[in-house]
Design a protein around this ligand. Structure first.
Ligand code: FE2
Length: 319
């Protein structure tokens, strides 16, 4: 598809205003301006700091260990009780993979494929940040995504993160990954329905439209919202979503012993920057990420793939 046809198709898909906003903000990344509020001052944008951290780790002999840590994802299990869940969805399991940043860590796609191969799941969701570079060609990361997609079973849904360009939407859909751009779909099993919605990146692009994503929520139908960052928690709860699945924070990625994060780049309460949390009746889960950002190491914060199992009643054996 030539670029004119691509942008015409994207305009039809997301609307002229959304596309114009996205492209305007992307030009900021490309120009390395990055002067967008708090984002400018964050570690992700300080390339000199990445170099310094890498050098310090090499001098102290910790770099190789940090890189090994980054490639060993753990499997986290998160039971989710949804009172309105239909019987056919009882036990329905969603595999969440987040913050892949496939272009920064050699071997990441293969490591993730190996981690998820033995897992049983009904649906896979990808909560953004497929690449790390925020300028240049998207082809390398799309090639890695295509390889990874072949290893994932069943339907795959995704949302874009603050490192992803809108031009990635259609190529990813061609490889069988359905992007939710402030959109929703209804998942059906017998007589039961779950609404799955997703928003464009709320962090850097502020391109989320939670209300639009919630347009097809129905009374009595459980709903799951995908977003790159937990920063939309208030809007998500106000629109009536039951569950918000997100990532972006990396849980700090380089932490102190005990998993105490040194940096968190999200305008959300600290309790929402990793794993499960609740807000006004809405359940949330923030993945600490499967990949790495900035520097390809992890300390005291292992990468994860997450299995969310939906149940309509609490499991007594879990208490
Ligand atoms: Fe992110």
């Amino acid at each position: 598809m030539d670029s004119e046809a691509l942008y015409r198709a994207l305009e039809q898909r997301v609307g002229r205003a959304h596309l114009a906003h996205r492209l305007h903000m992307q030009s900021h990344w490309v120009a390395r301006v990055m002067g967008h509020g708090l984002t400018y001052f964050h570690i992700e944008n300080m390339l000199w700091l990445h170099w310094l951290i890498r050098l310090s780790l090499k001098l102290t002999g910790l770099y190789a260990r940090g890189r090994r840590n980054a490639l060993h994802a753990v499997v986290r299990r998160n039971p989710v009780v949804l009172p309105r869940l239909g019987a056919e969805f009882n036990g329905f399991t969603i595999l969440q993979i987040s913050d892949l940043h496939l272009d920064i860590t050699p071997g990441m796609a293969d490591a993730i494929a190996a981690a998820v191969a033995p897992l049983q799941y009904d649906l896979c969701v990808l909560t953004g940040d497929f690449r790390s570079r925020t300028h240049g060609s998207t082809h390398p990361v799309l090639e890695a995504m295509a390889r990874l997609r072949k290893t994932l079973r069943g339907e795959v849904y995704a949302v874009l993160g603050n490192h992803d360009f809108i031009e990635m939407v259609l190529p990813m859909e061609e490889m069988g990954i359905r992007l939710l751009m402030n959109e929703s779909v209804l998942l059906k099993r017998g007589d039961s329905t779950v609404c799955l919605a997703g928003v464009d990146d709320p962090h850097f692009y502020e391109a989320d439209n939670v209300q639009k994503a919630a347009a097809h929520l129905e009374q009595g139908v459980p709903s799951v919202l995908l977003a790159h960052s937990p920063e939309i928690y208030r809007k998500a709860a106000a629109c009536g979503f039951d569950l918000l699945l997100c990532g972006h924070t990396h849980g700090g990625q380089i932490c102190l012993p005990g998993g105490i994060p040194l940096f968190i780049n999200a305008r959300a309460p600290l309790r929402m920057v990793r794993r499960s949390w609740q807000y006004r009746g809405m359940q949330g889960y923030t993945s600490v990420g499967t990949g790495c950002s900035g520097v390809d190491v992890r300390f005291w914060c292992p990468p994860e793939v997450t299995l969310h199992t939906l149940t309509s009643i609490p499991d007594p054996s879990a208490s």
